[in-house]
Design a protein around this ligand. Structure first.
Ligand code: B4P
Length: 191
């Protein structure tokens, strides 16, 4: 199994690229954002509690997403590895993921970080709001908060992973196809 983190600020293209990469390389795509939105859509108790946090652009509690991911890892079979999208988002989540994988004889093999300019992030998210109706994309103040939360709580993971030799920056500007090719070139070296 080869396990990748696809990483970057909100709007950097993590979800967009992960869907294509998972298909191309037979990886299991695990998006905590998608899992949380599925809970909200299904109207579960958890979804009701998380909906307010997400609509403000804040992170949901670590233990919620850690449990979701652990359940998915244990129930999935037959893929060449995992592609973690939007998880981990804090150093605490990263430490938990490492332990989870380690306990099962696996590890994080690479962290691919999409680098995108601030203005481009905002432009993409506002454009998506038109189509998705996602409450966290509609309000420019919430978008800015998500970017601030990323810088404060999520970006420190880069340093943590860099110290372990896992960090691989990728230019996330340009067309979806161009960025996909750049990501594939890195992943092919490990797959
Ligand atoms: P996520 O679902 O992870 O959403 P995101 O950061 O907005 O990125 P996403 O992957 O969806 O967008 P993408 O860049 O692909 O998280 C949402 C919320 O859930 C968080 O704010 C948090 O509250 C909660 N959450 C999730 N995981 C959590 C965790 N682990 N811990 C705590 N809380 C958690 O794409 C954005 C748009 O850009 C799309 O419309 C796309 O079409 C477009 N786009 C992509 N690439 C493009 C390109 N090259 N050119 C033009 N447009 C492009």
């Amino acid at each position: 199994m080869v396990n990748f983190l696809i990483f970057g600020p909100p709007g950097s293209g993590k979800g967009t690229q992960s869907v294509r990469l998972a298909e191309k390389f037979n990886l299991l795509h695990l998006s905590t954002g998608d899992m949380l939105r599925a809970e909200i859509k299904a109207g579960t108790e958890l979804g009701k509690k998380m909906s307010l946090i997400m609509s403000k652009g804040e992170l949901v509690p670590d233990e919620v997403v850690i449990e979701m991911i652990a359940n998915k890892i244990d129930s999935s079979k037959g893929s060449a590895g995992f592609l973690f999208d939007g998880f981990p988002r804090t150093v605490a989540q990263t430490v938990s993921l490492e332990k989870m994988l380690n306990d099962r004889g696996m590890k994080i093999d690479q962290m691919l970080v999409l680098d995108v300019d601030h203005d481009e992030l905002v432009k993409r998210l506002i454009a998506r709001a038109e189509l998705s109706g996602r409450p966290d994309d509609k309000d420019p103040a919430v978008i800015e908060n998500r970017i601030d939360v990323y810088k404060e709580k999520t970006e420190p993971i880069i340093n943590y992973c860099n110290n372990k030799g896992l960090y691989q920056p990728v230019n996330g500007m340009g067309t979806i196809d161009d960025i996909f090719k750049r990501l594939c070139d890195h992943m092919k070296k490990l797959l």
